[in-house]
Design a protein around this ligand. Structure first.
Ligand SMILES: [Zn+2]
Ligand SMILES: [Zn+2]
Length: 309
């Protein structure tokens, strides 16, 4: 068999160098396993570590700068190669290249990307790229910091001071519920709580959260509820209006076993159903009233609760 030589470097070829008249090294230089751009910039959120190149912020699996970089490189640069799934990648940041800002944030580094063909480990390639990181707050975090990210308002109201304990209890229960929901979905939270004369206003990050809270309240308390909505802007991407939903919740000012006076007759609150109140007097006369009846002070007079005596 005549000797063959590499057309590029002149090396004598053997059986391991079957590549079109080139040695393996020269072949891989001519036909690299992958080719990437030399440098890439992307934004990282200061608070949550979400990253983006254009518009959409992507939440990282782990809020740690090197895992964010790795995740971003896989997503932004290696995606098409990963789809083919024939190369094993290994990413190695070059420590001597790290540049930190005055606030100790990594703003630039070199990263070497090693790749090996899955069924032939001799076929490999490496490329070093420069990474530039810009820090800002993602939409969610800037809204969170600014306290303006709310889509819905919940107004919790009681009749007067005597029911403030109830408001406190409701707030405690609501906070506990929202914390649990937030753990699973960080978009759900109470933006702020504002004291009002007869209760509080809750500013909520989503309408969905409002519905969670309402169903929690329904299972524990009696109230009347009024919903309203107001157009506050336009979602240009989806081409539809953005509404701020408002829900007013007025808690019933009486509870079971309360004694109330109606037209000079004393009644005991025997039962409270979903929308009615069942009352009974000493002569065993039954009276059924709507919730709304008790929101008008002129209709009745609260005497006391049997359990309080
Ligand atoms: Zn060669
Ligand atoms: Zn963020």
């Amino acid at each position: 068999m005549p000797r063959r030589f590499c057309a590029i470097c002149g090396k004598i070829l053997d059986d391991n160098d079957p590549h079109f008249g080139m040695c393996l090294n020269c072949y891989l230089k001519e036909h690299p396993l992958f080719e990437l751009i030399d440098k890439i910039s992307f934004k990282v959120c200061l608070d949550c570590g979400s990253y983006t190149r254009k518009e959409e912020w992507i939440e990282p699996k782990k809020n740690q700068i090197f895992s964010i970089i790795e995740e971003a490189i896989y997503r932004f640069l290696l995606k098409s190669y990963l789809k083919e799934n024939n190369i094993d990648f290994f990413l190695l940041p070059n420590e001597s290249s790290f540049i930190y800002s005055s606030k100790d944030l990594l703003i630039s580094c070199d990263l070497t990307i090693h790749g090996t063909l899955k069924n032939d480990i001799k076929i490999k390639h490496q490329q070093t790229i420069k990474i530039n990181l810009n820090y800002e707050l993602c939409k969610n975090c800037s809204n969170l910091r600014g306290g303006t990210y709310f889509l819905s308002i919940m107004q919790l109201r009681v009749k007067d001071k005597t029911q403030f304990d109830l408001i406190k209890k409701i707030l405690d229960g609501t906070n506990e519920l929202v914390e649990k929901i937030f753990e699973k979905d960080s978009k759900q939270y109470i933006v702020k709580i504002e004291d009002q004369k007869n209760g509080v206003d809750l500013y909520l990050s989503t309408n969905e959260l409002m519905n969670y809270i309402i169903s929690f309240l329904r299972t524990n308390y009696h109230f009347i509820l009024k919903r309203s909505k107001k157009l506050v802007g336009r979602d240009t991407q989806k081409g539809r209006g953005i509404y701020r939903l408002k829900t007013l919740i007025k808690f019933l000012p009486i509870k079971k076993k309360d004694i109330v006076s109606i037209e000079n007759n004393n009644y005991i609150v025997e039962n409270i159903t979903r929308n009615k109140i069942v009352l009974r007097n000493k002569k065993n006369t039954k009276l059924i009233k709507d919730y709304s009846y008790f929101f008008n002070n002129k209709n009745y007079f609260l005497k006391k609760n049997l359990e309080d005596v």
